[in-house]
Ligand binder design. Structure first.
Ligand code: ZN
Length: 240
């Protein structure tokens, strides 16, 4: 079995289509989505449509939650809040209900998927370092868990201690547990503007991070035309 694992699409249709075209060439047997299908960029409806039509395992991201409820957005970054309000208005009640019904974690084949952390998935903590990863590992009952949320592709592993770092392709060591961030399709934040996703080849025991150039200019144009904050357009070309 071979899995294409995607996260943080965030309504970026150009990036999403590019990732799907590349993934198709890798001939995965399954697709998996780690949440945040919507929020920030200008095509939440279209991206949601694609994910729903694919009928794939998907967990809930924080933006999926914010955009599908009417909760107050106090304490939010103003750009994020504006994008959430805009996205709420784009989605139908039925679409918002679908997002609301997503689960926080899921078991897929022999691995776990979650948007943010396993110790408190509904609190949306950020795993940027070993300390945060170490808090998640005790709740991980499978050898592998894939997550998103930080938009920074880093792999953490635990044997006697927890280690972590960037990666491109590696072989899974059966003696270790892995907590792997697959990067973001629609809004990379590791100073690399290329869209990111992962191919997990369960038969070969390998994890491969793939990075792709896509039509950033078109995505930016749509953000500006929609009246979304300028910062959301700018950040795409710097990957921050
Ligand atoms: Zn996100």
């Amino acid at each position: 079995m071979k899995f294409a694992i995607i996260a943080d699409i965030h309504g970026n249709l150009e990036a999403f289509r590019t990732v799907l075209a590349d993934a198709e060439q890798q001939k995965p047997t399954h697709y998996v989505c780690l949440g945040d299908v919507v929020g920030y960029n200008a095509n939440p409806k279209e991206c949601l449509d694609i994910v729903r039509n694919m009928d794939i395992p998907c967990v809930k991201g924080n933006h999926d939650e914010y955009c599908s409820t009417d909760d107050h957005l106090e304490g939010f970054n103003p750009n994020a809040a504006e994008a959430v309000r805009w996205t709420r208005a784009q989605l139908s009640n039925e679409e918002r209900q679908w997002l609301r019904d997503l689960k926080y974690t899921k078991l897929v084949h022999n691995f776990t998927i979650v948007h943010a952390t396993l110790d408190a998935p509904q609190r949306w903590g950020y795993v940027f370092d070993k300390l945060a990863a170490a808090a998640s590992f005790p709740y991980q009952n499978t050898q592998l868990c894939f997550f998103g949320h930080t938009h920074v592709p880093v792999a953490f592993m635990r044997d006697t201690v927890v280690r972590g770092g960037t990666y491109s392709k590696f072989k899974i060591d059966p003696a270790k547990k892995y907590f792997i961030n697959v990067g973001a399709v629609g809004q990379p934040r590791d100073n690399n503007p290329k869209a990111a996703y992962v191919i997990y080849d369960a038969d070969a025991g390998t994890i491969e991070l793939r990075r792709l150039e896509y039509d950033i200019a078109s995505a930016q144009k749509k953000i500006r035309a929609a009246g979304l904050p300028e910062r959301l357009a700018e950040r795409l070309e710097v990957g921050r």
